[in-house]
Design a protein around this ligand. Structure first.
Ligand code: SAH
Length: 351
């Protein structure tokens, strides 16, 4: 048993069966034994790799996007550059370097705010991001000001609830206890929409609350938000909860606290919550479409010109990984939201 498994069994023994969002929240964020609290999970030796860790070009192109967003905002002289869940700080460091090169106006305007709960990753970010950044446990700690907000692979780690339909009745999926071990179970009947037997519906109130908060900020102050994650453009039933360890899938109840637990992001629900908070939401696109529109190929081409053959081959593999349809290109989506009435930041809303 993992130390967290003992904690979970005790909690269930006293409080009864546990909802998946609580289980997921404890697995990822328990103050002593949570997955993100106890480790840096990124990289080849870790459990998974994210786009900024694949190539510097990802963060560079997002830096270019931010410079465009700054212009669309009317070039305010003070801007909070906010990142949710910055991981190793790589994306912010790459963005910052590019912004310094291409937009002195934005470079002079920004204060960096990192929203990060993991002490291990905060340390890492401190070394990588450079001076002048501040850290927060949640978005509501970030001071109010014009804002450019980035979140890459953040929302997939925010807990969800799941419901399944059997014999025409929806029940919530719970984690229970049997002979001292964690087991999956179901609640009593709950109300719900029409569905078919076997349907699994996911609902992410914690995600929607954060998206609504972003929307409320964009309604109060000029700003733009860019959210990138794996997920689907329109809401649909399906079980997307996954556990991952050492780059392979695991069972959800396997070694609690030692596996990453995530689920696919429902971009329709996320967009609705941003809108509900008061933001203008622009149609989402695939990561492939976003990166190609931002100049992915030209940037890799330029890096390849200075590279020897082996490096050039590695660069080609990195570009394919980020943008090919059968790699991250189609599974990952990019969504932008802005203050209402603002010009749309390229490449969003260009119809
Ligand atoms: N954006 C990074 C890291 C993605 S991993 C990248 O693309 O490489 C998820 C990140 O979100 C980690 O930094 C993790 O510590 C952070 N995180 C997870 N849950 C969080 C929460 N509730 N609040 C703030 N940060 C959280």
């Amino acid at each position: 048993m993992t130390p967290l498994e003992i904690v979970l069994c005790d909690l269930i023994a006293t409080d009864g069966p546990m909802r998946l969002d609580r289980f997921m929240g404890l697995c990822l964020g328990h103050p002593q034994h949570g997955y993100y609290v106890t480790r840096d999970p990124l990289g080849a030796e870790g459990d998974f790799i994210t786009a900024p860790e694949v190539s510097q070009v990802f963060g560079e192109l997002i830096g270019i996007w931010a410079a465009g967003a700054h212009v669309a905002m009317g070039e305010p002289s003070r801007v909070n550059l906010v990142e949710l869940g910055p991981g190793r700080g790589t994306l912010m460091a790459d963005m910052r370097r590019t912004i310094a090169k291409i937009s002195p106006a934005l470079a002079a305007a920004i204060t960096i705010h990192l929203v990060e709960t993991s002490p291990v990753l905060r340390n890492r970010q401190r070394q990588v991001v450079g001076p002048g950044a501040s850290w927060h446990m949640s978005l509501d700690e970030v001071p109010d000001a014009p804002m450019i907000l980035i979140a890459n692979e953040f929302f997939d780690a925010i807990p969800i609830r799941q419901f399944e339909m059997q014999d025409g009745i929806w029940r919530e999926r719970l984690i229970g206890l049997e002979n001292g071990h964690l087991v999956r179970g179901l609640s009593g009947p709950v109300g719900g929409p029409d569905g078919r037997d076997g349907d699994v519906a996911e609902y992410a109130p914690a995600r929607e609350a954060i998206a609504r908060q972003i929307g409320e900020r964009l309604a109060r102050q000029p700003g733009a938000a860019l959210i990138i994650d794996y997920g689907h453009l329109t809401s649909a039933p399906g079980d997307t909860l996954q556990a991952m360890r050492k780059h392979g899938f695991r069972e959800i109840l396997d070694r609690p606290g030692e596996c990453d637990l995530t689920s696919h992001v429902d971009f329709e629900a996320l967009g609705h919550a941003l809108w509900d908070g008061g933001a203008a939401v622009l149609p989402a696109m695939t990561q492939r479409a976003f990166l190609l529109a931002m100049g992915l190929e030209a940037r890799f081409e330029r890096l390849s010109q200075r590279a020897d053959i082996l490096v050039a081959q590695a660069l080609r593999r990195q570009m394919a990984r980020l943008a090919d349809e059968d790699q991250m290109g189609n599974l990952f989506k990019a969504l932008a939201a802005t203050s209402p009435g603002m010009q749309s930041p390229y490449p969003f809303g260009q119809t």
